[in-house]
Design a protein around this ligand. Structure first.
Ligand code: UDP
Length: 457
């Protein structure tokens, strides 16, 4: 019988994109795939992507999962975390949906952000399936998450210059741990801890990373020497782009620029900077001798993105950018993968969201890391260690201090002119390609996953 699997992404493009890529990879290996789509979606980017994905992949089945609304009195304001919560609280609606699928599914892939659903699902007698988690972060940050229920991080908050050493794992710098994790009451923390508790109940952790890139952590996670028992960690990255027919607005401008002359500036799908910081960034970009393509975001959720470029940048800055013809600023969604693949791009100034890191890694694209929140410092450590990028650590978390235009100027010049960095980044790209060649590390692990799904082992 045909192997049928279901995938349940949570909220935010950083979670949806890797699920769509995994769906397309599994479908290309002859699995029947059903993608559960939590409705209503938080952002327009998510709804638009889902629509174009299903149009381009008619063989992948869509199943809407209508989640229960979260009570408006919930004090947490991040709409993406509230959607994780809504999915988790609607878990009882899943068994009838999953049991209705034909042929019956053999496995469900859940997002790490909603992994706690496994607790309830695995107790349901109507479902006899295996569970996998798709980890949407680096192996390095996953290794911290996996140990969270056994840590009392608030005791460590005072020792920001110290390291946290957990048995069997490479040490963590305490200053790189996202600050909300030191507060046990924070929704980010409580969710991560309960998701982490579910890890031991799944068959495997599928991850968008590759052995060479994070070898020390991946080996540690699979060594059996950690203080807790973990399921198999299954690195199958870098995830490949999936087909769709959308076109990217900025490519015609890039076509006119010389090879490797443009720095691409983007801080992900949901990070909004203050107006003051946006202005320093703009001034910094203008001070450099480099061309730039800057994707600007001023709000977390694109549905409420109303402020125009002129209001954000001020007419003087915007006027000078236009006058010097040195850069292009856009406020709409771009196809980042197409931009990174364009020959005119020579560097990526990024927040180090994990998808962005892997998209840069597979193209050997040098990065400048400006880590703003969440897992990004852990991810930047990987980038720095592999030789893929530079990371000015004294820029702080988002909003901690105003990073001045001169600092930005200096680091962008380094990013674009450092020949050693360029050749090390190229080596990362070569290793990433090798991971996917026949017999390469990621190709082999994907084969192993398909075998586990088919044979139900
Ligand atoms: N992305 C994109 N266009 C945009 C902004 C983001 O294609 O204008 C994609 C990007 O390529 C990546 C994802 O959205 O795949 C963002 O995920 P990431 O983990 O890098 O950061 P997050 O948005 O979750 O902070």
């Amino acid at each position: 019988m045909e192997t049928h699997v279901a995938l349940l992404p949570s909220a935010g493009m950083g979670h949806l994109m890797p699920f769509l890529r995994l769906a397309s990879m599994l479908a290309s290996r002859n699995c029947k795939v059903t993608l559960l789509t939590a409705q209503p979606a938080v952002s327009s980017a998510e709804s638009n992507h889902l629509n174009s994905f299903f149009t381009a992949h008619p063989h992948i089945q869509r199943l809407d999962f209508h989640v229960l609304p979260i009570h408006p009195s919930n004090p947490h304001h991040d709409p993406f975390f509230l959607q994780f919560e809504a999915i988790i609280r609607s878990v009882h609606l899943l068994p009838p949906l999953l049991s209705s699928l034909s042929p019956p599914i053999s496995a469900l892939f859940l997002d790490i952000a909603a992994a706690t659903c496994v607790d309830q699902l695995s107790d349901d007698p109507s479902l006899s399936i295996s569970y996998y988690i798709l980890s949407t972060t680096s192996a390095r940050f996953f290794s911290l998450i996996s140990h969270l229920p056994h840590l009392t991080l608030e005791d460590h908050s005072k020792y920001s210059n110290k390291k946290l050493q957990l048995p069997g794992l490479p040490p963590f710098s305490i200053s790189n741990i996202p600050p909300p994790l030191f507060n046990p009451e924070n929704l980010f923390t409580t969710q991560l801890i309960s998701n982490s508790r579910a890890i031991s109940k799944v068959k495997g952790i599928v991850s968008n990373t590759f052995r060479w890139f994070e070898s020390e952590t991946i080996e540690a996670l699979n060594s059996g020497n950690t203080s807790i028992t973990l399921p198999q960690f299954l690195p199958i990255g870098p995830f490949k782009p999936y087909e769709d027919d959308g076109k990217c607005c900025s490519l015609s401008w890039l076509d006119e620029q010389p090879t490797k002359s443009v720095v691409y500036v983007s801080f992900g799908s949901r990070t909004a900077m203050s107006k003051d910081q946006i202005k320093e960034l703009g001034e910094g970009l203008l001070k450099t001798t480099q061309k730039f393509l800057w994707v600007l975001k001023s709000v977390k959720v694109d549905k409420v993105e109303e402020t125009g470029l002129e209001e954000l940048l001020g007419s003087s800055l915007l006027g000078r950018i236009k006058e010097k013809r040195q850069g292009m600023v856009v406020k709409e969604w771009v196809k980042q993968e197409d931009i990174l693949a364009h020959p005119a791009i020579g560097g990526f100034f990024s927040h180090c969201g994990w998808n962005s890191v892997m998209e840069a890694a597979q193209r050997g694209m040098p990065m400048l890391a400006w880590t703003l929140n969440g897992d990004q410092r852990f991810n930047a450590e990987v980038v720095e260690k592999a030789g893929l990028g530079l990371w000015p650590k004294n820029w702080g978390w988002l909003g901690e201090r105003l990073v001045k235009s001169e600092e930005i100027e200096e680091k962008i010049e380094d990013l674009m002119q450092d020949h050693k960095l360029r050749s090390m980044a190229q080596k990362v790209g070569e290793e990433a390609i090798q991971a996917w060649e026949i017999g390469g590390t990621s190709e082999k692990v994907l084969g192993q996953i398909i075998e586990m799904l088919t044979l139900k082992v």
